[in-house]
Design a binder for this molecule. Structure first.
Ligand SMILES: Nc1ncnc2c1ncn2[C@@H]1O[C@H](COP(=O)(O)OP(=O)(O)OP(=O)(O)O)[C@@H](O)[C@H]1O
Ligand SMILES: [Mg+2]
Length: 255
């Protein structure tokens, strides 16, 4: 099932998703719906389950229970993966290969037609400002250049869903702003972006948010809706108010 770019369609639907690693409960009964054509922010502190949820949506991990659907298909699903661009938290590029070689590898992985690949590689590296470094090895890149290279790899096959795990971490303010401008342009073109962050000032750049803590979903909604719900102007305060409410809930409701 393909989405039509209608902003009300859910492109990702998680129903009661749980996932543990041994005795560690990384996600517990998470249900959420991510509309297409928006920037959806996953916010939460370290260890709250952001990457686990992202890996489930990208089909890189299976849930222990519950289901996660992307474009209507239960993940993991090989065919749906072709519609997803996934930028992992840890650099996933080959340091001893050039940027062009890395992009060629991703092009083959995502079945970009050979006849289009060269032009597409040149276009995407121009967009992220790395065209003149196409033939340099990744290990010669600065941190910000590596992140731009990772973004280029995730965008190469023009996916309708982009899943970006802390894409702006460690970027200088100018580069961070240009990443967010790019994310907004992509959403305006009808793509859906899931962006994880633990930086609350990035939360305001998202259309919709999910607050996660200890593997549980605290709340979802637009930044303004979460402000209204908590009576807090600052989203960091809103997060803390929601986390406190969960901790002090009567027994039976607390985690
Ligand atoms: N492969 C794994 N093996 C064991 N434990 C894991 C694994 N992946 C995640 N966990 C645990 O699951 C919990 C959630 O981890 P996750 O990586 O999803 O958090 P996160 O919100 O992405 O954190 P961060 O902001 O630090 O990236 C943590 O307690 C983590 O130690
Ligand atoms: Mg993470």
């Amino acid at each position: 099932m393909r989405q039509k770019g209608n902003k009300t369609d859910a492109i990702v639907q998680a129903d009661q998703v749980s996932r543990s690693f041994g005795s560690i409960v990384a996600l517990e009964h998470v249900s959420l719906s991510i509309p297409s054509g928006r920037i959806f922010g996953l916010l939460g502190p370290s260890g709250s389950g952001k990457t686990t949820l992202i890996r489930l949506a990208a089909g890189a991990l299976s849930p222990d229970s519950g289901t996660i659907r992307v474009l209507g298909q239960i993940m993991p699903n090989r065919e749906t993966t072709a519609h997803i661009g996934y930028m992992t938290q840890a650099a996933a590029l080959y340091p001893d290969l050039s940027l062009r070689e890395n992009l060629n590898f991703f092009g083959a992985l995502y079945d970009v037609p050979t006849g289009e690949l060269r032009a597409r590689i040149e276009e995407i590296t121009s967009e992220v400002g790395l065209f003149d470094r196409l033939d340099s090895q990744l290990q010669t890149f600065s941190g910000g250049m590596r992140q731009r290279a990772s973004l280029a790899c995730a965008l190469l096959h023009r996916p309708e869903l982009l899943i970006l795990d802390e894409p702006t971490v460690g970027l200088d303010p100018v580069l961070r702003r240009s990443f967010w401008q790019r994310f907004r342009e992509l959403a305006d073109q009808g793509r859906t972006l899931i962006v994880s962050s633990h930086i609350m000032d990035e939360a305001d750049r998202c259309d919709e948010l999910a607050f996660l803590r200890d593997g549980r979903l605290l709340a979802t909604g637009s930044p303004d809706a979460l402000r209204a719900q908590t009576g807090c102007q600052d989203l960091e305060d809103a997060f803390l108010a929601l986390a406190d409410a969960l901790t002090t809930a009567p027994s039976g409701e607390r985690r």
